[in-house]
Design a protein around this ligand. Structure first.
Ligand code: S3P
Length: 441
């Protein structure tokens, strides 16, 4: 285990590119692997989560190569077609990656072979009934530990699957995407209802690959309808992955909350189903300017500049939560620096992530001297003055980065234990942190 000690700097400045979006990278690899034709995926995220997806697709017979150089990463995928995957000879280890496990569970449900999906200790504690139950309704045979609740998952797929009419009980893009993948292998039209308004990268990418999806989302809500016709072969699609807004969020909070900061982030994905963090920080008074709005890979992107700002507490909940679910830990750091109280509600899903992020965020903030009240579905944070502390990452990449940013804003040094876990989604994090801290002026 490695640790990093951070002394708060007097200034933060810099302009930089961000690694590729994690959600889009996973999808680009998976969908192109089952497509017809070959594709190149530039700015592919080389974090451990996306590499796990690549390794598992290779174990399923897909032909994928990764080229990596200074500041570049390109994945080349030769698609095997919807029906071209082959039975793996060993267990499929998704390591720490929920997206890998849940999306591949959907894909494996449609294969006429046997597979076992497992993961590390954190992933084996995370809820899997949310994919196991609907995939079983589609006709896949799935056995899972803990009476169907946890990985390992042993899957004997079925072909064709049954098309189902299913109401999603949680706003989870991983569950939705697993069911859309399985629906490609179903006879007839699958209808997904209920909480389908989570991040929509799957829908955008599959449509761009020639798979027709009917989508109707209720405005201002996370509910709607998606219907998918089975049996349509996706066509390979090359793309350059937009910068990850979930990664950008760490720098956005550092920039608005530090008293002497200006940071510019190039090419950040600003998909409406992901940009809740921008809206929340702006509502708190954050000086965030979006420039050069454009499209890349069917996704809206922009350059973002953030500057030191006076922040005030806000309340976030409802349909906002799925648009910023991974950013709630770093929002909590902005809240700690804001005047007054910030209330986060309707966010019980935070407890189903790599760690129970309500508990790990509340624990870290209390160690740094901030008053936090935990709720079953969120927390109430009273802004104050953070002081340095020793914080354990609990092997959660976003907890490590959240408290590294808190360290920039605290008085005195902070040590992050288990610092290496950032490689799950942002291998260059510590190097970038050093760069933005070591600036003149
Ligand atoms: C993801 C969806 C979210 C998010 C995760 C990535 C995805 O999870 O927390 O980091 O790529 O689909 P849920 O869909 O379970 O909310």
């Amino acid at each position: 285990m490695t640790s990093q000690t951070i002394n708060p700097p007097s200034r933060l400045a810099g302009a930089f590119d961000l690694p590729g979006d994690k959600s889009i990278s996973h999808r680009a690899a998976i969908f192109n692997a089952i497509a017809e034709g070959s594709a190149t995926i530039d700015n592919f995220l080389t974090g451990a989560d996306c590499l796990a997806t690549v390794h598992l697709l290779q174990a399923l017979g897909a032909d994928i190569a990764l080229e990596q150089g200074e500041g570049m990463a390109r994945l080349t995928v030769q698609g095997v077609g919807l029906y071209g995957l082959t039975e793996p000879t060993d267990m499929l280890d998704a390591t720490n990656s929920g997206t890998t496990m849940r999306l591949l569970a959907g894909l494996m449900a449609g294969q006429s072979f046997f597979s076992v999906l497992t993961g590390d200790a954190s992933l084996r504690r995370r809820p899997m009934a949310r994919v196991v139950e609907p995939l079983a309704l589609m006709g896949a045979r799935i056995m899972a530990r803990g009476n169907g609740q946890f990985a390992p998952l042993a899957i004997r797929g079925s072909r064709p699957l049954h098309a189902i009419n299913y109401a999603l009980p949680v706003a989870s893009a991983q569950v939705k995407s697993a069911l859309i993948l399985a629906a490609l292998y179903a006879r007839g039209s699958t209808l997904l209802r209920g909480k389908v308004g989570s991040r929509d990268h799957t829908e955008r990418m599959l449509r761009a690959m020639g798979v027709p999806l009917d989508i109707a989302i209720e405005p201002g809500s996370d509910e709607g309808l998606i219907s998918i016709v089975g049996g349509v072969q996706p066509k390979a699609r090359s793309l350059a992955v937009p910068g990850d807004i979930s990664t950008a969020a760490f720098w956005m909070v550092a920039g608005v909350a530090h008293p002497n900061a200006e940071l510019t982030l190039h090419g950040v994905g600003i998909n409406p189903t992901r940009r809740g963090i921008i809206e929340a920080l702006q509502e708190m008074g954050g000086n965030i300017v979006l420039r050069k709005r454009r499209e890349q890979a069917g996704e809206p992107i922009a350059d973002i500049t953030v500057r030191s700002s006076g922040l005030r507490g806000i309340e976030v909940g409802g349909a906002m939560i799925p648009t910023m679910i991974d950013e709630l830990p770093i929002l909590a750091i902005a809240a700690a620096c804001a005047e007054g109280r910030t209330i986060i509600r309707d966010a019980a899903e935070m407890r189903a992530k790599e760690t129970d992020r309500i508990a790990t965020v509340a624990d870290g903030l209390s160690r740094m001297g901030i008053a936090v009240e935990q709720r079953p579905d969120g927390m109430i944070i009273t802004g104050g003055k953070m002081h340095g502390a020793t914080i354990d990452s609990h092997d959660d990449h976003r907890i490590a980065m959240t408290f590294a940013i808190a360290a920039l804003l605290a008085s005195g040094p902070t040590t992050i234990q288990g610092a290496e876990v950032v490689s799950v989604s942002y291998p260059a994090f510590w190097a970038e942190l050093n760069k933005v801290m070591n600036v003149e002026g």
